[in-house]
Design a protein around this ligand. Structure first.
Ligand SMILES: C[S@@+](CC[C@H](N)C(=O)[O-])C[C@H]1O[C@@H](n2cnc3c(N)ncnc32)[C@H](O)[C@@H]1O
Length: 425
C-alpha cells in the first residue's frame, strides 16, 4: 500500500497544479513499469477518489493542520490517507502505518512521519466533530468549486443538489449494441450468460451493474459492442440519418458517435477532427467495428474552406469541444481544473464552429449541436444567440422524455448532455 499511496499522492499533486488526470495516469503507467496491474488499479482508484472528494478532504485537512506544510507532497499524501480512512475498506491502522512509511520515503525532513501519524490519528478520533464542522461549507459539502455550485444553483434551482451528487458517484459502464450485427435482447442474454448483471436503459443501451475490462465483453473484438454512455447514444437517433445521405461528423474523434452513425444507416460519412492523434484512435474504432467512413479529414471545423469539397451535407453532427461539466463523474479532475472564465472561451469557439458549419448544410438539412455540458452558456443560451442571427434556422423539438429543452442532466443512468437539432429552410 505504501507505493500506491505515494504514487497516488504524486499524481493528485500534478493534477492540482494543472495537469489532466487521464494524461498523468497515462504517463505514470509508461514511467513506472515495475508496478503490478493490481497496484496500477489501486493507484487509479485512489487518485480518482481523492479528486472526487477533494473539496471535503482539503477542508478536513485544514482543520487538522496547525500551520501550512512546506512540502506540498506531504499534503497530497495526507489527502490520500484521509480519503482511504473516509471512503475505503482498508483497515484504518494499516492506512495510517503505511502513510507514515510513505512519508519517510519523501525525505522531507525531521518530524514528518510523526506529523502524518498525528494528523491521521487525530482525524480518526475527532471524525464526527470535524465532519460536522466542514460540511457547513458548500465546497466541502458538495466537493465542487464555489463558482460551479453557485452557477448550478442559479441555473437549476430545483436540481442542483442532485446534479452535484451525481457528479460525485463512481461512473457506471454502459454498452451500445451494434444492432447491425446482433439484437439487443440476444446480446443482453450473452452478457447474463457470462455472469454480468445488466440493466436496459433506452435504444439498446445496456448498463452493467459492475464495470469490467472490455476484453471480458462477449464479441468486443468482433465489434458487437462499444462502451458508450446512454446519453451519448442519443445523438445518432436524434440526427435522423437515412441511407444514401451525405453526413459530416465535424468534431468526431475518438469516434463514439461516428461509429454509431455508421451502424445506423448506409451513408457517405465524412469524419473531421483537428487532433491527428485522436483521429488515429478513431480509425482503430472504425476498424474494430468494421465500418468505413467515406472520408477522414484532419482539419478545423471553423475553417471549412481548408477541407470542404464544395458538396453540401444533408446532416451535420457538431459535437463541439466544451467544459465537459456533464461528465464529472468520469473525470473528477475537471471540476478543479476549469475556471469560470473558461466558459466564455468555450462558448466563443463553439459559436465560431456552428457559424462556419451552417453554410455547408443543405436546405432542409439538419444539424445536431451537442455538448457534454450542463452550463447554459454552452447550451441553451448558445442556441438562442445562434437562432437570433440566422433567420433560415429553426429549432426542432426533441422527443426524448428525460430531456428538459434538450438538456439531459447527469444521474445514475447516464452523464449530462445537451442536444439542439436545427433545420435549415
Ligand atoms: C467532445 S469531443 C468529440 C467526441 C466524439 N464526437 C465522440 O463521440 O467520440 C470534441 C472533439 O472536437 C475536436 N475539436 C476541437 N476543436 C476542433 C475544431 N476546431 N475542429 C475540429 N475538431 C475540433 C477535439 O479534438 C475532440 O476530439
Amino acid at each position: 500500500m505504501i507505493k500506491t499511496q505515494l504514487e497516488a499522492a504524486l499524481i493528485v499533486g500534478k493534477v492540482l497544479t494543472g495537469a489532466s488526470l487521464t494524461a498523468v495516469l497515462q504517463t505514470a503507467k509508461h514511467n513506472n513499469l515495475t508496478l503490478s496491474s493490481q497496484q496500477r488499479g489501486a493507484i487509479q482508484d485512489l487518485s480518482y477518489g481523492v479528486l472526487r472528494f477533494y473539496g471535503q478532504l482539503d477542508a478536513l485537512l485544514d482543520q487538522l493542520l496547525k500551520k501550512s506544510l512546506k512540502d506540498m507532497r506531504l499534503r497530497y499524501l495526507l489527502l490520500v490517507g484521509l480519503y482511504q480512512l473516509q471512503y475505503s475498506k482498508s483497515p484504518p491502522h494499516a492506512v495510517v502505518n503505511h502513510a507514515v512509511s510513505a512519508a519517510r520515503l519523501l525525505k522531507s525532513g525531521k518530524g514528518t512521519q510523526g506529523l502524518v501519524n498525528a494528523v491521521l490519528r487525530n482525524f480518526l478520533r475527532r471524525r464526527e466533530v470535524l465532519q460536522n464542522e466542514v460540511m457547513k461549507n458548500d465546497v466541502a459539502r458538495y466537493s465542487h468549486p464555489q463558482w460551479w455550485i453557485d452557477k448550478l444553483r442559479r441555473q437549476y434551482p430545483r436540481n442542483y443538489q442532485a446534479i452535484l451528487n451525481a457528479n460525485n458517484q463512481r461512473p457506471s459502464m454502459t454498452l451500445r449494441v451494434n444492432q447491425q450485427k446482433i439484437d439487443v435482447d440476444e446480446y443482453q442474454r450473452l452478457l447474463e450468460e457470462s455472469g454480468l448483471g445488466t440493466q436496459l436503459i433506452w435504444n439498446g443501451a445496456i448498463r452493467l451493474t459492475k464495470p469490467v475490462n472490455v476484453q471480458g465483453l462477449p464479441g468486443f473484438t468482433a465489434g458487437l459492442v462499444t462502451v458508450q454512455d446512454a446519453g451519448a447514444q442519443l445523438a445518432a437517433r436524434l440526427l435522423d440519418v437515412h441511407d444514401g445521405m451525405r453526413v459530416l461528423d465535424a468534431c468526431a474523434a475518438p469516434g463514439g458517435k461516428s461509429t454509431h452513425l455508421l451502424e445506423t444507416a448506409n451513408m457517405a460519412l465524412t469524419v473531421l477532427d483537428n487532433d491527428s492523434e485522436r483521429l488515429v484512435r478513431l480509425t482503430q474504432n472504425l476498424d474494430r467495428i468494421k465500418v468505413k467512413a467515406m472520408q477522414l479529414v484532419c482539419g478545423d471545423a471553423a475553417q471549412p474552406a481548408q477541407w470542404w469539397d464544395g458538396k453540401l451535407f444533408d446532416r451535420i453532427l457538431a459535437d463541439v469541444p466544451c467544459s465537459a461539466s456533464g461528465v464529472v463523474c468520469r473525470h473528477p479532475d475537471i471540476k478543479w481544473l476549469r475556471r469560470e472564465s473558461d466558459l466564455l472561451q468555450f462558448s466563443k469557439n463553439q459559436l465560431k464552429i456552428l457559424n462556419a458549419l451552417w453554410p455547408i448544410l443543405n436546405k432542409g438539412g439538419k444539424l445536431l449541436y451537442a455538448t457534454c455540458s450542463v452550463f447554459a452558456e454552452e447550451n441553451g443560451l448558445q442556441i438562442e444567440a445562434f437562432l437570433s442571427q440566422h433567420s433560415d434556422a429553426r429549432q426542432l423539438t426533441l422527443t426524448q422524455a428525460e430531456m428538459i429543452e434538450g438538456q439531459l442532466l447527469p444521474d445514475s443512468q447516464h452523464n449530462g448532455f445537451f442536444y439542439a437539432l436545427l433545420q435549415k429552410s
